[in-house]
Design a protein around this ligand. Structure first.
Ligand code: COA
Length: 706
C-alpha cells in the first residue's frame, strides 16, 4: 500500500452493521472532499457493489459535519483523479441503495455527494446549501443537473444563486431530503433508514432520473426569470449567469450531456480571477481572526457588557451585543439622553418587526437584557465596557477615569474611537493593561468589520478576549496597531485625498463615482461622503489643520460645500442633490460651478481623465498606503488590509481586497504608476518602502501572508 492509499484509507472508513455498509468520511476539520476522501469513497462503493453480503450503504461524516464541500485549497492546482463528478456518478451507479445521513454541514460538493446517493435523511441540525457562487464557482459535480431534476428549476436556481444555507426542515419541504430525524446520531438515523429501505425492497432511486423538470414551459419561465434577475443583481460577477446556463442545459440536454456542459462552465469559472479573489477572501477572513494573542493567551470570560453612550454608534453596538445573547448596561449622562439611547436601540427592533423579521415578543425578550443608568457605578460588575462617546480625547479620558474608578479588577475597557491615540487613553488610567480599541463601523449592528486595535501596554488575554467577543458578535475581526485612523481610516484618508485631487484636476465627482462603481464598488467616494455626512470629515480636517504639512496639497472643495451646510443626504444636498428626501442623488450644477471656481482659485488647468485612469490612481493610492500600513506593522499582513477593505469599505469581494488585487495587476506596474504620478506631486505620491522592496525582490504581497 502506498502512502496515498494509506491516507485515503484513513480519510474514509467502512464498517459492516449486519447487511449494511456504513461508510464514514473522516477528514478534519470539516470533511472537505480532498483527493484522499474521493479515492476512499470510490473504493468503498466498489467494495459495497462487490460484496454480496451488503444490501445497502450509509454515507456519513465523522465529527460535526457531513461534508464541508470540495477542498477549496485544491482549486487552481493540478487536478488529481478521481474527480468529484466521477465520484458522485459512481455513488449513483451503485447497484444497492445508498443513504446519505446528513448532520451539520452538507455544503457544495458535500451536498452533491448526497445528491449522488439515492436517499437522504437529515438530522435537525443539518445545514445544506450550494454556496459555490460565493467562491466564484458553480456546483461542478452534478449539482446544476441533479438539483433541478430533484426540486425543480426555480428552487434549485434560488439555492445556487444565493448560496444560502438552509436547515433540515426547509430541505424537507423543498424535497432535497426525504426525511428529518431528531437526535444527533447520524449512524443511528442512517441505519434506521437503510433498514426500512431493505425491508421494503426499495431499489436505488437515481436523482439524475428525477422528474421535477417535466413541466417544460414552467421550467423555462423560471430560468428566464432567474436570468433577467441575475443580469440586474449580479453586478460584475461572472459565475451567476453560468449557473443559469447550466440549468438551461439541465432542461435541454440528456443528463450526461448536461454534465459535460456543467464541466465546461465550471472550468471557465475556475479559471476566472474572480474565483481566485473570492477564495482569497474566504481564507483571509479566517486567517485574520487568528491573531498571535489568540494562540498565546486564554480569553477572559465575558458574560455582560457595559456601553457608554447611546448615540448612533453606542446603540448599534448595543444591538450587536444584545443579538449575541449578552446583557447590556448602557450609561448616559442624564435621563433624557438615556431614554434616547434606549429608543435608538428599540428603533432597530421595531424596524425588524415592521418587516416581519421578528415578533414583538422577541423584541421584548431582547430588551429584557437591556438596562440603563446615569451612574457609572452600574458598571461595577460588568466584564467588558465599550466606550462610544464623542470623538474627543478629553471627553474619552474623562470616561476612562470613571471606568477606572468603578469597574471591577480584570474588566476589559474598550474604546470605540476611530482615530484617537489609544495609548494616550490607556496611559491616563491606572490599568493600561486592560485598555483596547474596538472600532466598529456604522451601522454597528450590520457592518461586519471590527478593527481590534492593540495599544502597546495591553495584556495578551485582553486581545484574545476581543477576538472571542468578535466571534460571538459574528463580526469579522482584524488586528490593527495604533496610529491615526488605524488600518481602514488611515488608508481611506489617502485614497479619499487622491479622489479629491482628481476632482480638482478635472474629473467631476460624478465621473469619479461612476468609475469607482465600474470597478465593483456599490458606491463611489462622493456618494459615501454624502451618506455618512460631510460634517464628519470637516471636523477631522479642522482638527488636523494645525499639524498639516503646509507644503502638502489641500483641496478645499469639500470645505466650500460644508460652509454652505451641504453635508449630504441628511441636509438634502452635498455633492449630489436629494430633492424631497430622495435616497439616490442627482448631479448638481451648482456643485460643478463651485468646483470650477476652486480650480481657478488653485490655478489648476482642468484636464480630462478616462474612467480607467481614475481607477488606477484611486487604487494606487490605496495600495501604496496599504503597503505602508503593513510596513509599519499597523496591519500584521497584507491579508489583514484586504479583509478590512472588503468588510468595512465596500471593496469588491470578488477582487479579493486591494493587496490581492495589486498582486494580480503586478506590483511593478503599480509602482511604475506611482512613480509616474509622483512627477506631478512627489509629496503625495511617495512609493512605500515595502512596495519598492517587493518589486526589487520580484516578490508579491501574497508572499507576506504566509
Ligand atoms: N475546503 C478546505 N478547507 C475548508 C473548507 C473547504 N471546503 N471549509 C472549511 N475549511 C477550513 C477553514 O479554512 C478552516 O481552516 P483553519 O482552521 O485552518 O482556518 C477550517 O476548515 C474550519 O472552518 P470554519 O469556517 O472556521 O469552521 P466553521 O465550523 O465555522 O464552519 C463550514 C464550517 C463548513 C460551514 C464553513 O467552513 C464553510 O462554509 N466552508 C465552506 C463551504 C463551501 O463553500 N463549500 C463549497 C466548496 S465548493
Amino acid at each position: 500500500m502506498n502512502t496515498a492509499e494509506a491516507a485515503g484509507a484513513a480519510a474514509v472508513a467502512s464498517a459492516r452493521h449486519d447487511d449494511i455498509l456504513v461508510v464514514t468520511i473522516d477528514n478534519p476539520p470539516v470533511n472537505a472532499l480532498g483527493v484522499d476522501v474521493r479515492r476512499g469513497l470510490m473504493e468503498a462503493i466498489e467494495a459495497a457493489d462487490a460484496d454480496p453480503a451488503v444490501k445497502a450503504v450509509v454515507l456519513l461524516g465523522a465529527g460535526r459535519n457531513f461534508l464541508g464541500g470540495a477542498d477549496i485549497r485544491e482549486f487552481g492546482k493540478p487536478p488529481q483523479a478521481p474527480a468529484l463528478p466521477d465520484v458522485c456518478n459512481r455513488i449513483e451507479a451503485c447497484s444497492k441503495p445508498v443513504v446519505a445521513a446528513i448532520h451539520g454541514a452538507a455544503l457544495g460538493g458535500g451536498l452533491e455527494v448526497a445528491l449522488g446517493a439515492h436517499y437522504r435523511v437529515a438530522l435537525a441540525n443539518a445545514r445544506l446549501g450550494l454556496p459555490e457562487v460565493l467562491l466564484g464557482l458553480l456546483p461542478g459535480a452534478g449539482g446544476t443537473q441533479r438539483t433541478p431534476r430533484l426540486i425543480g428549476a426555480a428552487a434549485a436556481l434560488e439555492l445556487m444563486l444565493s448560496g444560502r444555507h438552509i436547515g433540515a426542515r426547509e430541505a424537507l419541504k423543498l424535497g432535497l431530503v426525504d426525511k428529518v430525524e431528531e437526535g444527533d446520531d447520524p449512524v443511528a438515523a442512517g441505519l434506521a433508514y437503510a433498514r426500512e429501505l431493505i425491508a421494503s425492497n426499495a431499489a436505488p432511486r437515481r436523482t439524475s432520473e428525477g422528474t421535477a423538470l417535466a413541466d417544460r414551459p414552467a421550467t423555462q419561465a423560471a430560468i428566464d426569470a432567474a436570468r433577467a434577475d441575475t443580469g440586474k443583481k449580479a453586478r460584475g460577477l461572472f459565475s451567476p449567469l453560468k449557473i443559469v446556463d447550466a440549468v438551461q442545459g439541465a432542461l435541454d440536454l440528456p443528463f450526461l450531456e448536461g454534465l459535460a456542459l456543467e464541466r465546461t462552465l465550471f472550468l471557465a469559472c475556475l479559471d476566472s480571477p474572480q474565483r481566485a479573489g473570492l477564495v482569497h477572501a474566504f481564507f483571509a477572513e479566517r486567517e485574520a481572526a487568528k491573531a498571535p494573542e489568540t494562540r498565546s493567551a486564554q480569553p477572559r470570560e465575558v458574560n455582560s457588557v457595559g456601553i457608554v453612550g447611546g448615540g448612533t454608534m453606542g446603540a448599534g453596538i448595543a444591538v450587536a451585543v444584545l443579538d449575541a445573547g449578552l446583557p447590556v448596561v448602557m450609561i448616559e449622562r442624564d435621563e433624557e439622553a438615556l431614554a434616547r439611547g434606549r429608543a435608538n436601540v428599540e428603533k432597530v427592533y421595531d424596524g425588524l418587526i415592521a418587516k416581519g423579521r421578528i415578533k414583538p415578543e422577541a423584541k421584548e425578550a431582547i430588551m429584557n437584557r437591556w438596562s440603563g443608568s446615569t451612574a457609572y457605578d452600574a458598571l461595577s460588575q460588568v466584564d467588558l465596557v465599550i466606550e462610544a462617546v464623542f470623538e474627543d480625547m478629553a471627553v474619552k479620558q474623562a470616561v476612562f477615569k470613571e471606568l477606572d474608578r468603578v469597574c471591577k479588577p480584570g474588566a476589559v475597557l474598550a474604546t470605540n474611537t476611530s482615530y484617537l491615540d489609544i495609548d494616550q487613553i490607556a496611559a491616563s488610567i491606572t490599568r493600561p493593561q486592560d485598555v483596547i480599541g474596538l472600532h466598529f463601523f456604522s451601522p454597528a449592528n450590520i457592518m461586519k468589520l471590527l478593527e481590534i486595535v492593540v495599544p502597546a501596554k495591553v495584556a495578551a488575554d485582553v486581545v484574545a478576549t476581543a477576538f472571542e467577543l468578535a466571534k460571538k458578535l459574528k463580526k469579522t475581526a482584524v488586528r490593527a496597531g495604533v496610529c491615526d485612523g488605524f488600518i481602514g481610516n488611515r488608508v481611506l484618508a489617502v485614497y479619499g485625498q487622491a479622489a479629491q485631487m482628481m476632482m480638482e484636476d478635472g474629473a467631476s465627482p460624478y465621473q469619479i463615482d461612476k468609475a469607482v462603481r465600474g470597478f465593483g464598488y456599490p458606491m463611489g467616494p462622493f456618494q459615501v461622503s454624502d451618506l455618512a455626512g460631510g460634517d464628519i470629515g470637516w471636523a477631522t480636517r479642522k482638527r488636523r489643520a494645525a499639524t498639516r504639512d503646509p507644503q502638502a496639497r489641500y483641496v478645499q472643495i469639500p470645505d466650500r460645500l460644508c460652509e454652505r451646510g451641504w453635508f449630504g443626504q441628511k441636509t438634502g444636498r452635498g455633492y449630489y442633490l436629494y430633492p424631497d428626501g430622495a435616497r439616490v442623488g442627482t448631479p448638481d450644477p451648482e456643485v460643478e460651478a463651485i468646483i470650477d471656481a476652486e480650480r481657478r482659485r488653485a490655478g489648476v488647468t482642468p484636464k480630462t481623465f478616462t474612467d480607467e485612469e481614475i481607477v488606477r490612481r484611486y487604487l494606487a493610492a490605496m495600495i501604496n498606503e496599504g503597503a505602508n500600513v503593513v510596513d509599519q506593522k499597523i496591519a500584521l499582513r497584507p491579508l489583514d488590509v484586504d479583509v478590512t477593505f472588503v468588510h468595512g469599505y465596500g471593496f469588491p469581494r470578488y477582487r479579493g481586497g486591494p493587496m490581492h488585487y495589486a498582486d494580480t495587476v503586478g506590483l511593478d506596474k503599480i509602482l511604475a504608476d506611482i512613480q509616474e504620478f509622483a512627477k506631478e506631486d512627489p509629496l503625495f505620491w511617495k512609493p512605500s518602502p515595502l512596495l519598492v522592496d517587493l518589486v526589487a525582490r520580484g516578490a508579491n504581497f501574497a508572499s507576506l501572508n504566509k
